[in-house]
Structure formats: C-alpha cells, structure tokens
Ligand binder design. Structure first.
Ligand code: GLC
Length: 424
C-alpha cells in the first residue's frame, strides 16, 4: 500500500515539514546512474533537492551497458518525448546528441561552471552551446590483489607480457591451493562501448598504436594493433574466463570483489565498492596504471566520465536546470567522491584535504589521468557510434576466436574508410 504521504502534493508536504512553500510543486523526471552505487547516489541527491524545494522527481534507471543506454536515450530523444527532462550522458556523446539537448547557458546560473577543468567544459560544448554539465570523470585503471602479489613475490606488472605471466603463475598456484574459481585477469569483453575503451588501451599502449590519429587519419592497420589484439586473444580461456566475452564493468567487478581474480581492468568507482565492509577483498586491493605494450610502449588509460544534460523537449527546462545545478555542485561532487569514488571535475576538489585523506590513490590517479587516451569522438562527431561499433565488433570476433587478427584488422580498416567521408 502507498504511504499516506505519497498521496499528498509535494508542496503541501513541504509546508507541513516547515520548509519554504513554493508557488506550485512540479514534477521532473531524471534518468541517471547505472553501475555500482550510482543509481542509489543519484536518488539520494535528488531526494535531498526534492525535500528542499518541494518538487517531486521521478528517477528512471537505465541498462548497465553504455551502448544500450545510448539507444534508450536515442529512442526517447528522436521521438521528441517530454517524458524525461534530464539525462546522464557519456563524454563521447555530446557531439552526436547536441541537437536534442538544451544549451545549458540559457538555464543555468553562470556560477554553475566555475572552477571546472577547462578540458571538461570544452568537451561539453558543441558549436558554442554547453550541452552537458560534466559530473564526474573516469579513467581505466589496473586493480590488483596486493596480498597475492606479495605472497608470490611478484612486482606490479609494467608491461602486458608481465601481467600475463604473473596472472598465469598466481592463477595456477591459487588453483593448486584449492581455489578452483581463480582467474588471472578480468576486463570488459562484451561487444559494447566498454570493449572499445579496453581495445583503445591495448592498441594505444603499443608503440605507434592508434585507431584514428589526431589529424583524423585512419591509423588502425599497424603492427601495434596486431600485437595488441593477438595478446588480448591469448588471454581468453587462459587467464580470463570465456565468460569475459559477455562482461561489462559489473560482471568483472563481481568476480574480482568475491576474491576470484588477480587483476582487473575497471573504472575508479570500483575502488569504493572493493573497499566496502562486505567485500571479500577489502584491504587487499591496490591500483596502478594499466601496463605498457612492451618496454617501448606506454601506459594508456581511456578517459571516460558522465555529465547531466537537459532534453530540448523538456516542458520545464528552468526547473530542470536548478536540479542539474544542485546535483553537479561542488558539495555534491565532493560527497560522491568521498562515499563512492566518483571523481570530481572541479579542479579545486583535488586539493581538498578531506578528499585527499580519504582517497589514498588520488596522487596515482593524477599521473594516470595524464596518460589519458581520448576516444575519437569529437573528431568523428555523429559518426562516432559507427566507429566504436566497428571496433568493438571486430575485436569481439577476435576474442571469441571467430576472426583471425589479420582479417579483423583489414576489415576494420575497410569499414572505417566507408564510414569516413572526405573528412569525418
Ligand atoms: C564508463 C565511462 C564511460 C564509458 C563506459 C564504457 O562509464 O565513464 O565514458 O563509455 O564506461 O562502458
């Protein structure tokens, strides 16, 4: 049964609670959060704002996979539906969704963007319109079991070959010691955006490796790509379970957090969950930069992150702007970083003493962020989803043992050429 209070309009409740009465309480809908504690955190922020303002807000959940979330939003936006006012968008989406999104400069107080990293605002701005307000930033990290590395006398791997050898040795030793479920390495191997992020790291960490170079030239047909894909293929069924072919972020986290993997590639949010009271690996985990592709390669970490945007078809853009400003405020960003390791996009928070004390890995993170690899989203604009799909489909075929590496690389090169016009 519904509680009695749910039958009363929010404004009446606000008055009853001694809060400022508002002219008329309105209802907003926001779609936010998916992986980890995100949805819960978003709900909490929204509820706090609702209490303060008396407006009720419906929170709509989305699928975990970024690719499925994109098609969900594309359907809603192309139908010009006013059902959802605020959506949470990926750093690689502003260019392709811009036409459906409001210019936030029209509804937000200018103070809302104060202190933001300029690169974040640049990425959020399309043809002079601020189409999203960045909320948190992500970068690919190597999580490892520090207890196991210590026990077996292994250093933190600097190259993928070292990672492979260490993963293999510890996996075997642990299985011999009775843990039949132990695996060496888990990552995001499903055919979706997460695999694009992983594949760009493998390729970008090898000397000269790139999908598309900074000038927009297709650069994928190279020894670096062949080496990277051959290496990743060798993991499946050996140090990585075959199930990895269907893993998004959360499936890999499940394996690692229950103590059944030595290494994992994932985003920063996992830190807070792996360190939570009910985690089997609490205090046994550390993070490091993802390995290099050989001694002459480099650490490469795909940059990710999400922002909040207002649909152009929202019936209440001003009010939606107030909620976006509240959720992305420095106070909320700090809270979300402290409790769930969602990394802020406001520069000064990286010097916040409370945050620095609570996040021992922040100093490592700074170096990792500077090795960041951007996905070629701004250069390919509205073609980015096709580019990413081409990459993750071919790479998935390689990992699944369906397509030989050479064939996959030349097919990918051909497909990118077809997707590209004269310029992107
Ligand atoms: C994370 C990143 C996002 C990326 C996604 C892929 O959510 O923040 O940018 O597209 O993972 O799975």
């Amino acid at each position: 049964m519904k509680p009695f209070s749910s039958l009363l309009p929010a404004a009446v409740l606000a008055v009853a609670a001694g809060l400022p009465a508002l002219a008329a309480a309105e209802k907003l809908t926001i779609s936010c959060g998916a992986v980890g504690a995100e949805l819960q955190l978003c709900r909490e922020g929204v509820e706090a704002w609702s209490k303060q303002t008396g407006h009720s807000v419906e929170v709509v959940s989305t699928p975990n996979s970024a690719t499925e979330r994109l098609s969900f939003y594309q359907q809603i936006l192309s139908a010009q539906s006013s059902d959802i006012d605020i959506i949470q968008i990926d750093v690689v989406w502003p260019g392709m969704l811009a036409n459906h999104l409001l210019d936030l400069n029209e509804v937000l107080p200018t103070a809302s963007t104060q202190g933001y990293f300029q690169a974040q605002l640049d990425n959020a701005t399309v043809a002079g319109r601020l189409v999203t307000l960045p909320w948190f930033t992500d970068s690919g990290l190597l999580y490892y079991r520090k207890d196991l590395l210590e026990q077996y006398g292994k250093p933190v791997p600097q190259t993928w070959d070292e990672l492979t050898a260490t993963a293999k040795a510890i996996q075997q030793a642990e299985r011999d010691a009775g843990n039949a479920n132990m695996w060496g390495y888990v990552f995001q191997g499903r055919a979706y955006e997460g695999l694009t992020c992983n594949a760009l790291e493998w390729i970008g960490s090898h000397p000269g490796g790139a999908l598309i170079d900074p000038q927009g030239q297709i650069a994928v047909d190279s020894p670096a790509t062949r080496q990277a894909l051959s290496l990743a293929k060798s993991w499946v069924g050996d140090i990585s379970p075959r199930g990895v072919l269907n893993y998004t972020e959360e499936e890999g986290r499940g394996v690692f957090q229950s103590g059944n993997a030595v290494f994992m590639r994932n985003w920063p949010y996992v830190w807070a969950l792996a360190q939570s009271a009910d985690s089997a690996v609490k205090d046994k985990v550390a993070i490091a930069p993802l390995p290099k592709g050989g001694p002459d390669g480099k650490h490469a970490s795909t940059l990710g992150g999400w922002g909040l945007s207002i649909s152009r078809y929202s019936a209440q853009p001003k009010l939606a702007g107030e909620l976006v400003a509240y959720l992305t405020s420095a106070r909320e960003q700090k809270h979300r970083a402290l409790v769930s390791a969602y990394n802020p996009v406001i520069e000064s928070l990286y010097q916040d003493p409370e945050l620095l004390a609570a996040m021992p890995y922040y100093s490592d993170l700074h170096a990792i962020l500077s090795d960041g690899v951007m996905r070629p989203a701004s250069i390919t604009g509205d073609r980015y989803p096709r580019v990413s799909n081409a990459l993750f489909d071919r790479v998935h075929g390689v990992l699944a043992g369906e397509t030989p590496v050479d064939q996959a690389v030349s097919e990918l090169h051909g497909e990118l050429k077809r997707i590209k016009r004269r310029s992107w």
